[in-house]
Write a protein that binds this ligand. Structure first.
Ligand SMILES: C[S@@+](CC[C@H](N)C(=O)[O-])C[C@H]1O[C@@H](n2cnc3c(N)ncnc32)[C@H](O)[C@@H]1O
Length: 411
């Protein structure tokens, strides 16, 4: 029988759990990644865990690289993994040290002056692309992609590519809406692409200048790689892990960040689908990938699934997803425990969810699963309460779910 963890409400973490406080912060705001937490949250956990310059921090779901960038600013070494190639790219580009004059030199190279000399630059034939971009917008984007790919210096090339990827949503007929990419006619003209790209890159260069002037970039080591949270391996043991896995709320990152992935990271729809199947089972299209020897499914999961089935669902795969999610999280926590030093700490941000109006206490279940891997739960901080989805709200009225930070120790 698992011991109930200490659950404590606190006002301190609430404003830090979403990326909104970073909207105006240089570099943190280079790409809108709604599923991230704030720099302040990482700083607070670093303080809580008593880390100092030279410590090593891991983030096995690094997303937009918030943990890595905040660590770098404080002189703390870090490593990140993510299954999405775009996330790994974004994390690396945001945490590199640049010479602004090298970046600036390139700015004048993009003026097209009406010429069209695009060679060997295509976008994969994937349905969403046709819906997302008008032909003249697509032509302009392909021209910029072509010019960027000609830059020999890899760091400079990646920097410009991120500038381009970061304007895609604004020149497309799509909007990132919660857990999916919504078609949203914006009637953008091809003429708007180049000025938007230039001003984006200009701001990014100014941010680099500001960081360099204020010596915000320490020489801490930082690196992100593509890997699966259930199977990653590195020789190092870490002082702490600061992370946030996908919540089991059906959000599919391969769709939300579909334009970025298609634009630069996948060759065709099969490749995109493979990443979708390989992601953690937090949405119904992900598939079982690994066996979980030693995992004992907490009894609450079956009780919840019975209730959820009774309540009626709009997708019959949800019970299987819920079960798969916790199994995948067991494997992920096992990897984290293996890579954590003795007495090392984990801070993991998660939200409870509801299906058919039934509350799933994801934080408590994960705390129990963490104990199976050898971690001991220090506390669950309740940071804030989030409203249910519009669909659920209509049917079951407003029933907020808590968003929490689970703190474990490797004792
Ligand atoms: C909540 S986001 C992390 C956001 C991050 N904390 C930040 O501040 O930007 C979760 C991330 O988990 C990644 N992910 C999903 N399945 C994964 C897996 N099996 N292994 C590693 N990463 C995975 C997603 O691609 C996504 O970037």
């Amino acid at each position: 029988m698992a011991i109930a963890p200490l659950i404590m409400k606190t006002n301190e973490y609430g404003p830090l759990i979403s990326p909104f406080s970073d909207r105006g912060k240089p570099i943190y705001n280079w790409h809108v990644f709604k599923h991230s937490y704030s720099k302040g949250l990482v700083e607070k956990l670093i303080e809580e865990f008593k880390l100092s310059k030279g410590s090593w921090v891991l983030d096995p779901f690094c997303g937009s690289g918030t943990t890595l960038l905040a660590c770098k600013e404080l002189g703390i070494n870090s490593k990140g993994f993510d299954i999405l190639p775009f996330s790994v790219f974004l994390s690396n580009v945001k945490t590199r040290t640049y010479e602004p004059c090298k970046l600036r030199q390139r700015l004048k190279n993009f003026n097209r002056n009406g010429k069209l000399t695009v060679k060997n630059t295509y976008l994969p034939d994937i349905k969403i692309i046709e819906k997302a971009f008008s032909n003249d917008v697509k032509d302009e984007l392909l021209y910029l992609k072509y010019k960027i790919n000609m830059i020999r210096d890899l760091k400079v090339r990646d920097f410009y590519m991120l500038g381009l990827l970061s304007i895609l949503e604004s020149v497309s007929n799509t909007s990132k809406a919660g857990g999916f990419l919504r078609i949203d006619e914006k009637n953008v003209s091809g003429k708007e692409v180049y000025p938007k790209f230039l001003s984006k890159v200009e701001v990014m260069i100014q941010d680099v200048e500001e960081f360099n002037d204020n010596s915000k970039f320490t020489n801490a080591k930082v690196n992100a790689k593509i890997s699966d949270s259930r199977r990653f391996s590195t020789k190092r043991k870490f002082d702490a892990i600061i992370t946030s896995p996908p919540y089991p709320n059906r959000h599919d990152y391969t769709r939300i960040y579909g334009l970025e992935l298609i634009f630069n990271f996948v060759g065709d729809n099969d490749e995109l689908k493979q990443i979708r199947y390989d992601t953690l089972r937090s949405h119904v299209e992900a598939r079982k990938k690994f066996k979980s020897n030693g995992y004992k499914k907490p009894s609450t999961i079956d009780e919840i699934i019975t209730k959820v089935k009774k309540a009626g669902l709009n997708n019959s795969k949800i019970p299987e997803m819920i079960e798969g999610y916790f199994e995948d999280m067991y494997l992920s926590l096992l990897q984290m425990q293996k890579h954590l030093k003795k007495n090392g700490k984990i801070g993991l941000v998660i939200s409870n969810v509801r299906f058919g109006g039934v509350n799933i206490p994801v934080d408590e279940i994960l705390a129990e699963i963490g104990e199976q891997t050898g971690l001991s739960t220090d506390i669950i901080f309740v940071a804030r309460y989030r409203g249910n989805s519009a669909q659920q709200m209509k049917k079951f009225k407003r029933k907020p779910s808590r968003e929490s930070i689970i703190i474990w120790k490797n004792s």
